[in-house]
Design a protein around this ligand. Structure first.
Ligand code: NAD
Ligand code: DAU
Length: 349
């Protein structure tokens, strides 16, 4: 089996669902179920014995040791993290605790488990660390896209915590020989994304007739990747990636935020017509330290592992909006009291 951390979150749950749809191999899913973790994401697996769920913290070394020795995974795919930049600005401590200390604790448990494996199994073991393009910092309009050799320059508490975790993973490969793989991916979107992130937040607000809050001048650029394509890339890296290597993953879809929001309004107007959603666009105070542009050069993973995205931004966005329109109950459940508290705190100004 494989051990997935953070498998009740957005990308982790899509990964677990895709994995079990394609392979017979079971998944042990360790998740703390923070505000971002949701077992409703995994409802389709409720009668599937191949999905073993354990509620717990990656910072709990004793729990990790017990789970590893009991379930004997051949690989760890590490998604668990605090993932929202705005929350890291309001409260960075949780990001240091989970992303840095949690990843360190997981690496220590993995190292002890891996060291005790028979030599034949040690070579095949993998620790795949899922990271972000934000660790590279911000690009100017004409700068070349981030490659795997771009120097680290994180600018937010979130990206600094992810950069720290990347460095720890690198060090565990170089120092101890742990067979690690690191992926640095651009902005994901798709089904089951918590509506604090740009695309699902805009869908929720558009449908509720609320303002669509665009930060600053709306000209910040992100590269967008459909979550199913990210999951396929992770499977390719897990299967064929070279231990110690880093792989950048991107969607070849650089877009300004304002253009993303307009594209979303157009899709909504087609699928749920009768309303001018774009009229709800409102410019609000900018995010402090807001990175201007991210762009990914994904030539290495394409060349070496044969991966490239299957979805265009247009097709992925349509799937995404359809999913949110079809999953009202999911949406009602996640936009509960604690969600409202976040919206009130963050968008009050
Ligand atoms: P998410 O916030 O939706 O989910 C995170 C999951 O981790 C949740 O289920 C949460 O309960 C769990 N978790 C948090 N702290 C934990 C802890 N201490 N112990 C165990 N579980 C814990 O995040 P996501 O968007 O799915 O991102 C997953 C990973 O991918 C993160 O590492 C993130 O940095 C990375 N990533 C995200 C994106 C993106 O656009 N969302 C892009 C590139 C990389
Ligand atoms: O680049 C990968 C990263 O993408 C991941 O590592 C992070 O986990 C993920 O959250 C995401 O970070 P961003 O900060 O880019 O995503 P977010 O959806 O929060 O914002 C996308 C852009 O939209 C960003 O420029 C800020 C802007 N924005 C966001 C929100 C929530 C707005 O203009 N208004 C908003 O209300």
């Amino acid at each position: 089996m494989i051990l997935v951390t953070g498998g009740a979150g957005f990308i982790g749950s899509n990964f677990v669902l895709d994995w079990l749809a394609q392979f017979a191999e079971p998944v042990l899913n360790l998740d703390k179920l923070t505000y971002a973790g949701n077992l409703g994401n995994l409802a389709a697996l409720k009668d599937d014995a191949r999905h073993v769920f354990a509620r717990g913290d990656i910072g709990d070394g004793a729990l990790l040791t017990r789970l590893l020795n009991e379930h004997r995974p051949r690989a760890i795919v590490h998604f668990a993290a605090e993932s929202h930049v705005d929350r890291s600005i309001h409260g960075p401590a949780a990001f240091i605790q989970t992303n840095v200390v949690g990843t360190f604790t997981l690496l220590e448990a993995a190292r002890a488990y891996w060291s005790a494996l028979p030599e034949s199994e040690q070579g095949a073991f993998r620790f795949l660390h899922v990271s972000t393009d934000e660790i590279y910092g911000s690009l100017g309009a004409d700068d070349p896209a981030f490659s795997e050799t771009t120097p680290y320059a994180p600018n937010s508490p979130y990206s600094a915590s992810k950069a720290s975790s990347d460095h720890l993973v690198r060090a565990y490969h170089h120092t101890y020989g742990l067979p690690t793989l690191t992926t640095n991916c651009s902005n994901n979107y798709g089904p089951r994304q918590f509506p604090e992130k740009l695309i699902p937040l805009m869908i929720v607000n558009a449908l509720a007739g609320k303002p669509l809050p665009v930060y600053g001048d709306g000209q910040n650029v992100r590269d967008w990747l459909y979550v199913g394509d990210h999951c396929a890339a992770i499977r390719a890296v897990l299967e064929r990636g070279v231990p110690g290597e880093v792989y950048n993953i991107g969607g070849n879809a650089e877009m300004k935020n304002l253009d993303v929001v307009h594209a979303l309004c157009r899709v909504l107007s087609t699928l749920k017509p009768g309303h001018d959603y774009a009229s709800q666009i409102t410019f609000v105070k900018d995010r402090p330290g807001h990175d201007r542009r991210y762009a990914i050069n994904a030539a290495k993973i394409r060349r070496e592992l044969g991966w490239q995205p299957a979805e265009t931004f247009e097709s992925g966005l349509t799937h995404t909006v359809c999913w949110y329109l079809d999953n009202e109950v999911w949406l009602t459940n996640v936009t509960s009291k604690t969600y409202q508290q976040w919206i009130d705190l963050h968008y009050a100004q």
